[in-house]
Design a protein around this ligand. Structure first.
Ligand code: M6P
Ligand code: ZN
Length: 186
């Protein structure tokens, strides 16, 4: 076969997740996340996270890679988190490698099962196909992780925007606490 791409190397700062050369950066602010938190997601311009993606074609022959830098913070008592998504091609899998900070990886199936996994420096999370995934910063420093996933997976945000995750992670008296999401619809 004729190779589609030439090899390349990107340098990553393993503590901050920053990539050099700096690839495509997507920013998510509270205003982009209306309806996902139980409380009012304000101020709208508050930065919640950045995703630094290494651009490769969205084909199942490729591997998409990105770092996510998720700021610490709260909306009411709910920790800052990513939007969360199923893969548009449902059976596509993904791995996360934790680099810094203290987080949780919340996963859910379409039939309403959920799991909460640790996400911190040194964790390698395997996200099988069919599990929606959202990362949550429960610490006081940025949560940084590297993600790699099948190139044609795509992001289905609508399903999570419509039904939510079965649980939320909130700041309780003794630390991060899992509570039922009252707005969850299966
Ligand atoms: C990880 C990967 C990306 C994802 C990002 C932010 O880097 O899973 O595919 O875009 O986290 O999560 P979300 O897309 O749910 O906002
Ligand atoms: Zn994903």
């Amino acid at each position: 076969m004729q190779p589609r791409l030439d090899p390349f190397t990107v340098f990553m700062d393993l503590r901050t997740g920053l990539l050099d050369p700096l690839p495509v950066v997507a920013e998510r602010r509270l205003g982009d996340m209306r309806g996902l938190y139980a409380g009012e997601a304000e101020p709208a311009d508050q930065l919640v996270y950045r995703v630094l993606s290494i651009p490769v074609p969205e084909l199942n022959s490729e591997i998409q890679c990105s770092t996510t830098i998720l700021e610490p913070g709260l909306v009411g008592d709910e920790y800052f988190m990513t939007k969360g998504h199923f893969h548009a091609v449902r059976d596509r899998s993904e791995i996360y490698i934790g680099l810094a900070g203290e987080g949780r990886l919340l996963l859910a199936t379409e039939d309403g099962r959920h799991r909460l996994e640790p996400l911190r420096a040194g964790t390698v999370n395997y996200i099988p196909g069919g599990w929606a995934h959202r990362s949550i910063n429960v610490g006081s420093d940025p949560l940084v992780f590297f993600a790699a996933y099948v190139g044609d997976a795509g992001h289905d945000y609508e399903t999570i925007e419509g039904r939510g995750f079965p649980v939320r992670v909130v700041r309780g008296e003794t630390g991060p606490t899992v509570v039922i999401n009252q707005r969850y619809r299966r």
